[in-house]
Write a protein that binds this ligand. Sequence first.
Ligand code: GLV
Length: 390
Amino acid sequence: MATSPLSVEVHNPYGRFRVISTKPMPGSRWINILVDAGCRVEVCTEKKTILSVADIKELIGSKCDGVIGQLTEDWGDELFAALKAAGGHAFSNMAVGYNNVNVEAATRNGVAVGNTPGVLTETTAELAAALTLAAARRVVEADSFMRAGKYDGWLPTLFIGNLLKGQTVGIIGAGRIGSAYARMMVEGFKMNVVYYDLYQATRLEKFVTAYGKFLESQGESPVTWKRVSTVEDVLRLADVVSLHPVLDKTTYHLINKDRLALMKKTAIIVNASRGPIIDEVALVQHLQANPEFRAALDVFEDEPYMKPGLSDLPNAVVVPHIASASKWTREGMATLAAANVAGKLKGCPVWHDANNVMPFLDESSKPPAASPSIVNAKNLGLKILTAAKL
Ligand code: GLV
């Protein structure tokens, strides 16, 4: 077996399949799943945050059956060809998003591409809610002020922010995460919802209607929802706008200079999806010109970098892509990524419902004999479990 100059930690050295994880991942269940499937697991422990394509090729070497990779890595033709040449046919991103993966290239090379949906929803939505509150109530600015020893007494005008109750939260992309965030803002802060999505968010609409009726029955003002037909409508109407679309050619720089100009002067924009959804240079200029406008960002256009000027702005809250960083979610993502690879190597079918993956996460029972989510399963002709066969 080829040895790699990058440092690795080996589990189950005599396993028949060689599987690489490009990073150590939280928890141990993921390693157990791979070991139980007969894999030798090599975890790259190199002290380098982002591995290059060349690094990963070295790790793959001349014999490798499967890889678990990270969203910071460029999984294109070169890596999938290298994996195929090493005899591999299983890959999983440890992420729900896979804009770093060229799925067509993987399919061409006969490699299955897994992702990890169904385990990030609430955790990501909670971070978007935390960012919203931090921006609305200027928590980060106030924290820095305290630490700098500047607080010399209560003042009626100190760090005045925005009240969320009764305001409108705008959702762009009302899928699982966008809808979960909207529910939190409705239920927690009694905000009204305006949303834009190609698909109707029926469950969200029903929830807001029912909650509105409940509030009315208690003698309180109801909450409302409205589905609009353009992104611009959301931007004009909302006091807080949270972005939850997938990143593709149609959503690159969805929020640009002209669209920012449509927003209220005191609005807040939240991004916990992908950085390039916002033209970050335009956002910096907008924040500079509109000190009452706020942005709260988990993701950046050129991660790990920020565009010049962003870090100097008091009206921006910035955190390092941690939306999915709860213990439960990160351990769950690792488990799903391992189950994707193990399932493919063992020749198991693909799970029938990628959004309902709880059976893989329940530690008290054996995970189902399936790969939880393979995005190119159909194109590769992989067998998909039918609910009846469970
Ligand atoms: C995190 O950003 C993910 O897509 O899983």
